[in-house]
Design a protein around this ligand. Sequence first.
Ligand code: BMA
Length: 305
Amino acid sequence: MKNILKRCLKNPLIKPEDMPMDCFAVYNGGAVKVGNEYIVMLRVENSSRRQFAWVARSQDGINFEPDPQPVRFTAEDMDSYNKNACKSWYDPRINALEGKYYITYAASSENGCRIGLGKTNDFKTVEHVSFPLHVSNRNAVLFPEKINGKYLMLHRPLSSRGDGNIWISDSADFQYWGNTELLVKCRSGLWDSLKIGAGPPPIKTNAGWLVIIHAVSGTCAGHYYTVGTLLLDLDNPYRVIGKSPGCIMRPEAEYEQTGFVPNVIFPTGAILESDQTLKIYYGAADNYQCLAEAHLEDLLATIKS
Ligand code: BMA
């Protein structure tokens, strides 16, 4: 396997001891660049394993300064919000769309886990928008623009076997989502045998929508999380152009192989720089926030139809 993705030499970029709180783990951060500022919205757990979303900011995409406080959630009707979701929320993705920033996240309670959708202007407060899909789903990203007049979402509902495939849905009004179709399936015995899901929101390229994906397989030591690529048709993302035949990155560094959950790399943020380098922000071992980079052309070259 050729190493297209170069790990940042400063990895882990953010460790529990860097956070201004009682922190047990910090990882799986969504990412965006606003002007010259790099922003990551991190999944953080404290020692009682309570979950928070916490923003950290940077001028170079590498050296991050966490905000003093966690992200605050608001909803017009907080009782209804709590009843319908949310004991805990995690894995926030930042989706830039029509000049706004939407946060998609896993909203979990004893009644199951579902996708939460919120929006933010300042990355300090997230205002609830909706729960767009049914329960038993904890992984979703939005396309950064409307296509053929529709908003589009990739997501990963749990199957009856407990595995997860990538599905796609659309919406004309951003409220009701439908036309839900299975897009990419797990494949028994291979690197994507148990789960496959979108990482960061799709990236528009001349060749199609590039999606950095996670894929999970089983080993005697447990689940094994790797990173791959997927390419969707620009005009019709319901059409898969191709996918990397194998993973393009696997847990190799010590901070990926050991930690709270060993052998996990989980991409959740991506920022395309003007020189076409893609910064991919990923969680390592459910413990640390990390960064790897690759050139867009090299990533596209991994795709096979
Ligand atoms: C996934 C998600 C991630 C986590 C990963 C590995 O299903 O829950 O938040 O990083 O498992 O534990």
